[in-house]
Design a protein around this ligand. Structure first.
Ligand SMILES: Nc1nc2c(c(=O)[nH]1)N[C@H]1C(S)=C(S)[C@@H](COP(=O)(O)O)O[C@H]1N2
Ligand SMILES: [Mo]
Length: 206
């Protein structure tokens, strides 16, 4: 078997990616690691997850409590602003809808914006509408395996319809807020919203 036909084996047939790559993106089969700082490591016994409403913390889940929440498996395409896209990635996690519903039994969380806050200080901001309605998860598995630390393990936000910088690795808190507060990249020249289909890469893009 020639090198060339081997190189092509396993690729999608021509045309199969049509309509799935946003403008300016190319497909990668690797899973690049993009982190602005060192990979934080936390023992699961010390890990917890906070859902905070405008009036203060509404719910806090230990790892065990978090695992007891209903999990979903989703297959989605992801798009990094550095122009790679990865198709058909498989994740397992708890939907943000579930987290809000669970937290709402203990305190008010409803607010028009959310800031995801991670170990290490990374933050990213999103409208409520972009994390509800089955559009966002706190993922704990990738490809059937516990999420690797470099990819955000033990848990990361997954918001596949926006550029992947919105999918905060090592996420520990969802902070629902009455006003929009720019996160780490959003306050450093990147677009506040980040829709890959409208190519909203940088501040000032339409
Ligand atoms: N905490 C944290 N989350 C983060 C980042 C980061 O630097 N820190 N980088 C973002 C960017 S720019 C991208 S493209 C993805 C990369 O995820 P990956 O390393 O699993 O590919 O994580 C996003 N989430
Ligand atoms: Mo990115």
């Amino acid at each position: 078997m020639s090198v060339i036909s081997r190189a092509f084996r396993g690729r999608r047939p021509p045309g199969a990616t049509a309509g799935r790559l946003p403008p300016g993106q190319h497909e990668t089969r690797d899973f690049p690691v993009l982190s602005a700082g060192p990979t934080p490591r936390i023992a699961l016994a010390r890990w917890d997850f906070t859902v905070r409403g405008p009036g203060g913390p509404a719910a806090r889940f230990t790892w065990e409590q978090f695992q007891a929440l209903p999990h979903e498996t989703v297959t989605v395409d992801i798009h990094c602003v550095t122009k790679w896209s990865k198709l058909d990635t498989v994740w397992e996690g708890v939907s943000v809808d579930t987290l809000i519903a669970e937290a709402s039994t203990r305190g008010a969380v409803s607010a028009p914006y959310v800031l995801a806050v991670s170990d290490g200080g990374y933050t990213t901001n999103l409208p409520l509408a972009d994390v509800t309605g089955g559009k966002a998860w706190v993922a704990v598995k990738y490809d059937g395996e516990p999420l690797a630390p470099e990819h955000g393990g033990p848990a990361r936000l997954l918001v596949p319809h926006l550029y992947f910088w919105k999918s905060a690795k090592w996420v520990r808190e969802l902070r629902f807020m009455d006003r929009d507060v720019a996160g780490f990249w959003e306050s450093s020249g990147y677009h506040n919203y980040g829709d890959p289909w409208r190519e909203q890469r940088y501040d000032g893009d339409p």
